[in-house]
Design a protein around this ligand. Structure first.
Ligand SMILES: [Zn+2]
Length: 425
């Protein structure tokens, strides 16, 4: 049932079935489209126009996404997506409250339960009567209080729009909605900032599992280095062309007693399309060296690459020489532009920057000498590269290489051997 049909239903119930649903639909459409009022205002207007009691509307079942903060007498039919106990103390007495996430076909919200008159488990469908809402950390939260009643519904009678899907880090994509991951906190920084006058703690760092790693930002939810955590109800956003895992008070973080093996396995370039990745490993073949590779000139002030001696910002300057390689690497599933800075280029060429400058001076009548040498060293060669990959609608996938290794036939043979071993040969 969509929001419109739910509104029709609640008006119908509030009017004790005295007005036909088709008529209510027409009325509701008129109020919304012609008078431009909100659904909840339209509901109240129609009920009072037909002589009904608008308070009856509050007894009807609401949709999660209709809720705003400060509502009383809230009735819902929801599925429990997560539930956790928490101990607290009142006047020296220990008590248990529960918190978690609930959802229906319209959305998902957090809840806090001070009292549960039936035992709730993850996956249960339940009708909640007479709860209320409040705002907590910028979000609407449902509160199950002393006067709230719960009634279990048949299993799977409530469909949830956003189920939380357990995912591997390599699969995380900004379009996923809410996700659940199990990963190890590799690094974390803590800082405090003020948002709308409210001090907030931000923990940010890197979390990894056996498929890869990702930057995370946690709002007010503390995380510790080296802990293996199950994070549920987090979401994925984009940060500098790479995916980022965001945790906030909707998320549930739980330490799990599990070792996570951080493996060094190459990813398919295809899996990075449209999202990029942090510190990823790629194995492929160099299929092209792009223009702008080799010795280049940079503005000494801002580092812009110059074609002459004029910087568009700093005017006439004495350019500084630099070295870089822009290589296209293809792994059969896709291609990435790999950018080698001076240090990585020196390594790829097996020469120091100084030696390269000397060699260029000796071959002043042969300007393509260096590019020819780069092509000879790299093109059609299997290579392993590692670095951050950003995804940009204009530039596509670009990797800033911070580690690379030429793969040789021995590596490839070893790999085949290991694969056969694993297959039981
Ligand atoms: Zn400049």
């Amino acid at each position: 049932m969509d929001e419109f049909e739910r509104a029709v239903e609640s008006i119908y119930v509030a009017l004790n079935g005295k007005v036909e649903k088709e008529r209510i639909r027409k009325e509701l459409r008129k109020w919304i489209t012609q008078y431009g009022v909100s659904i909840s205002e339209a509901k109240r207007s129609i009920v009072s126009n037909y002589g009904g009691d608008v308070r009856e509307l509050q007894n009807s079942i609401k949709a999660v996404n209709e809720l705003s903060a400060g509502e009383g007498r809230v009735n819902l039919r929801v599925k429990v997506l997560s539930i956790n106990p928490k101990e607290y103390e009142v006047d020296g007495t220990k008590k248990i409250m529960h918190y978690g996430l609930i959802g229906d076909e319209s959305g998902v919200i957090p809840f806090t339960a001070w009292k549960l008159d039936v035992e709730l488990r993850k996956g249960d469908c339940v009708e909640i009567t007479n709860a209320y809402t409040k705002e907590w950390q910028d979000r609407v939260t449902l509160v199950i209080g002393q006067n709230t009643r719960l009634k279990l519904l048949p299993p799977d009678s409530v469909k949830v729009k956003m189920e939380i899907k357990p995912s591997k880090i390599v699969e995380l994509h900004p379009k996923m909605g809410l996700v659940e991951v199990v990963g190890k906190i590799m690094s974390v920084d803590e800082r405090e900032i003020e948002v709308d006058g409210v001090p907030r703690k931000i923990y940010s760092g890197i979390i990894a599992d056996d498929t890869g790693e990702i930057i995370f930002t946690s709002w007010d939810v503390p995380v510790q280095k080296d802990k293996v955590l199950k994070i549920s109800g987090a979401y994925v956003s984009t940060f500098r062309g790479m995916p980022q895992l965001v945790l906030d008070n909707r998320s549930h973080v739980e330490e799990v007693d599990r070792e996570i093996e951080i493996k060094d396995i190459p990813v398919n370039i295809e899996s990075l399309e449209g999202k990029g990745g942090l510190n990823v490993l790629i194995e492929g073949v160099v299929i092209d060296i792009k223009d702008g590779s080799g010795l280049i000139s940079r503005c000494p002030e801002c580092g812009r690459v110059l074609t002459g001696t004029n910087c568009p910002v700093h005017g006439k300057v004495t350019p500084k020489p630099d070295l870089r390689i822009k290589a296209i690497i293809d792994d059969g599933t896709g291609a990435v532009l790999a950018l080698f800075n001076r240090e990585m280029s020196e390594e790829a060429l097996g020469m120091s920057f100084h030696e390269i400058l000397e060699k260029a001076k000796e071959n002043i009548g042969y300007p393509s000498m260096l590019v020819d040498e780069i092509e000879e060293k790299l093109i059609a060669r299997p290579i392993m590269v590692r670095g951050n990959v950003s995804s940009d609608p204009k530039y596509g996938l670009r990797m800033f290489v911070n580690e690379f290794r030429m793969l040789n036939l021995e590596d490839i043979a070893k790999k085949a051997e290991k694969m056969l071993e694993e297959m039981g040969w």
